[in-house]
Design a protein around this ligand. Structure first.
Ligand SMILES: C[S@@+](CC[C@H](N)C(=O)[O-])C[C@H]1O[C@@H](n2cnc3c(N)ncnc32)[C@H](O)[C@@H]1O
Length: 427
């Protein structure tokens, strides 16, 4: 017997249904936003719906404590953190208060998600907040545990900058294959350059439709993420890019003249690296392996270890890290980094360079690693990062390493949080 056909959902509802699934995957199951997207959006036919689901959830994650405070102000009994009613209210409010969605569109597309459940409650709370002209506070509230951790590490000022940064969409930076094209491409891309070989995109079409993309004259990479390979310098020797995929730093090293071996444990991420090499016409030898087990045949003139980390430094682009990264994960990552660093160091030839980097705002994944490493290895010395290797307004620490924080380049749109240290093997 033929099954009865389900009536199609009203327009706008499938994207919200996917958003609800995605929000749950991040907040309850602790998955990364990007990693959970394919599964959450599997039933969607239209690319626009997938992008909308992602945008709604990213916006909720940016403003979660402030959205929850509004919801709590309009409920007599506090809704549980993981209550469906709270989730759909977060989504509807984020759309009205931060995405310019008209209130009737925001609420009518989430109510079907609580059919047979707390529909009346959701409608009532939303109505109360709209009638009261609810607004998000000017100053964004960071999740309390993150704020406490970062305040201890970096002080109150950093929190103010981080709160400002999370409320905004970060700019898109690109790194150029050929530094001599900086002025020409800054003009073509309607952007501004903060250092040779860098352009911050201005208004214009989507990234892949911009001049020079198809010919591989540049790739997307935050200016902070471009600094580890920049300070590795140009070279004609052998470079090992350890933990290389999807390959932003491999491309930089290859463009700077290094003979690059790019190693990563993830075959699928190395597939993206292969695509990037093809588009840019650059070359590198790709190796799929676990760096904790692999052994090279010879040593390298340069080893760049862009280690796996908590990724809290890229919270502007991946706001999920603010809600799913916990001290235990940071400790696990720090332990892995320590093991990777010890192996990476052994593969540097005497006189060669080791660059260690993480896109983390946690000292355990940066400063503490290098303090411990240099105390244990007297065959390595920090090779201080110099002012003329950095964009104007960004300075190295007096210990010679570079720590980028929210607030740096703030007037120009900010930069991601990174820790970078260059060391030389002395013997
Ligand atoms: C921060 S990302 C690298 C980003 C990359 N360097 C770039 O610039 O595009 C860290 C990478 O480490 C890889 N990774 C994690 N554990 C690894 C291991 N044991 N051996 C090799 N690669 C590993 C992950 O697959 C991931 O691609």
């Amino acid at each position: 017997m033929a099954r009865p056909r389900l009536a199609p959902e009203p327009p706008g509802v499938p994207a919200r249904r996917a958003a609800l699934k995605l929000l749950d995957a991040v907040l309850r199951r602790g998955l990364a936003l990007e990693a959970a997207l394919d599964n959450a959006a599997a039933g969607l036919d239209r690319r626009e719906d997938r992008a909308l689901a992602h945008a709604i959830v990213a916006q909720v994650l940016r403003r979660l404590p402030d959205l929850d405070a509004l919801i709590d102000s309009a409920t007599q009994r506090r809704l549980a953190d993981d209550a469906k009613a709270r989730s759909v209210l977060r989504m509807a409010l984020a759309q009205v208060l931060a995405m310019d969605t008209p209130p009737h569109a925001a609420i009518s597309t989430v109510l079907p998600l609580v059919d047979g459940g707390p529909r009346k409650l959701v409608h009532g709370v939303f109505g109360t907040l709209m009638r009261g002209e609810a607004a998000l506070p000017e100053k964004t509230t960071l999740p309390p545990k993150v704020a406490a951790r970062w305040k201890k590490a970096w002080g109150q000022d950093m929190l103010t900058h981080a709160a400002r940064a999370i409320a905004q969409q970060p700019p898109t930076d690109v790194t150029l294959r050929d530094t001599s094209e900086t002025d020409a491409l800054a003009t073509d891309l309607n952007g501004t350059s903060l250092m040779p070989g860098h352009v911050r995109l201005g208004d214009g079409p989507g990234v892949t439709d911009r001049p020079g993309f198809a010919e591989g004259r540049w790739w997307v990479q935050d200016i902070a993420a471009s600094l580890p390979a920049r300070i590795a310098g140009g070279g004609s020797g052998r470079a090992l890019d350890l933990c290389a995929a999807p390959g932003g730093k491999t491309l930089q090293l290859a463009a700077a003249g290094w003979d690059v071996t790019a190693l990563d444990i993830s075959e699928s991420r190395l597939g993206r690296l292969a695509d990037n090499l093809e588009r840019t016409g650059l070359s590198a030898k790709a190796v799929t392996a676990d760096a904790l087990e692999w052994e090279p045949d010879e040593s390298f003139d340069l080893v760049l270890l862009d280690a796996p980390c908590s990724a809290t430094g890229i919270f502007r682009r991946h706001p999920d890290v603010l809600h799913r990264v916990h001290p235990r994960l940071i400790d696990e990552m720090a332990e892995l980094q320590e093991r990777l660093l010890a192996r990476a160091a052994d593969w540097v030839r005497p006189g060669g360079l080791l660059v260690y980097a993480t896109c983390s705002l946690e000292p355990a994944e940066g400063e503490a690693q290098i303090e411990r490493f240099t105390a244990a290895r007297d065959d390595f010395a920090i090779d201080p990062v110099l002012a003329d290797e950095l964009p104007e307004g960004v300075f190295a620490d007096k210990k010679g390493w570079l720590r980028t924080l929210p607030g740096m380049l703030e007037g120009e749109g900010g930069m991601d949080g990174f820790f970078i240290c260059r060391m030389m093997r002395t013997r």
